[in-house]
Design a protein around this ligand. Structure first.
Ligand code: CP
Length: 308
């Protein structure tokens, strides 16, 4: 079964998650070939509609679409009529007239990609909406952990940081739990929701969380731009209490733990400099896998326009 849109992880069936993760494997194998392109989406058009900044998601969607031979157009929000007050509806109606097949959208407002999906025949892919969802990040994180632990059931992932504002925490913990991974949250009480998803342990103390024996520690970016109030005393204090300091890095190395971060990293806040060169860091692997997973998503979705 194929879908028109990918808006979140929660709406995916387990078989669909498996299908996407399996499909990403041969796409990743392509990266080692001299010709990295396949004609799967030749003649299709992908529009990148990013109202918020992005390095990894934007560039990996663009590379993914091009490796599938699709034509890619970047909608340049700062130089568009959006700055003259054009509404999202007007923008989408204009783009609909151009008969684009896929719209990859990032926006600060939760639920906006879903609204766009209802307005257009194009396949809409949520590339991150507010604090709601970042489904392709969840997929690439699951794919990356599965490369290290092919049998995921019973593995433990500790997500550390700003759970409250994080669409990554939401999507990644949802997919991991669907795949049988145990997930726990660690962070300041002000940033870890008291009522979380079922079966999610919640810690505010680093030592207590380590006693839970995670296999992977997943640091979230501190999202200063989404915090309208200060949730902790200072960034220096945050690093000391929740960050991977040099001392903690030695300990996680000694215990053989894997390290992940969705990027961009606030150095000296979530991770000390030395953590960037940690031998079990999966951060670069996450970026590489983002392309393969996004190829799988583009290949799988079926736009609802004419000729489909
Ligand atoms: N992980 C992530 O969404 O990074 P970007 O903001 O750079 O896309």
């Amino acid at each position: 079964m194929a879908r028109k849109d990918l808006l979140d992880i929660s709406s995916l069936q387990r078989e669909e998650i498996d299908l996407l993760l399996n499909q990403a494997v041969p796409f990743k194998e392509l990266f080692t070939r001299s010709v990295k392109k396949v004609p799967a989406l030749k003649g299709k058009s992908v529009l990148m509609l990013f109202y918020e900044p992005s390095t990894r998601t934007h560039s990996s969607f663009e590379v993914a679409a091009k490796r599938l031979s699709a034509d890619v157009t970047n909608f340049d929000v700062p130089h568009s009529s959006v700055v003259k007050g054009e509404s999202v509806r007007e923008t989408i109606e204009t783009l609909q007239a151009m008969r684009t097949d896929f719209i990859v959208v990032r926006h600060g407002r939760s639920g906006l990609p879903g609204m766009i999906a209802r307005m257009t025949k194009a396949s809409v892919i949520n590339a991150g909406d507010g604090a709601h969802a970042h489904p392709t990040q969840g997929l690439l994180d699951a794919f990356t952990i599965k490369e290290v632990f092919p049998e995921l059931t019973g593995k433990r992932v500790l997500i550390i940081g700003d759970i409250l504002h994080s669409r990554v925490a939401r999507s990644t913990s949802t997919i991991l739990k669907r795949l049988g991974v145990e997930v726990a949250y660690l962070g300041p009480g002000s940033l870890v929701p008291k009522v979380g998803p079922e079966n999610t342990r919640r810690f505010t103390n680093y030592e207590e969380a380590m006693k839970w024996k995670p296999d992977v520690v997943y640091l979230l970016r501190v999202q200063m731009e989404r915090q309208d109030v200060q949730y902790f005393p200072s960034l220096r204090e945050y690093h000391k209490v929740y960050g991977i300091t040099e001392e903690r890095l030695k300990r996680i190395d000694g215990e053989g733990l894997w390290l992940m971060h969705p990027g961009p990293v606030n150095r000296g806040v979530e991770l000390c400099d030395a953590a960037m060169d940690y031998s079990r860091s999966l951060i670069n692997q996450q970026v590489e896998n983002g392309i393969a997973v996004r190829m799988a998503v583009l290949y799988w979705l079926k736009p609802g326009g004419e000729g489909e």
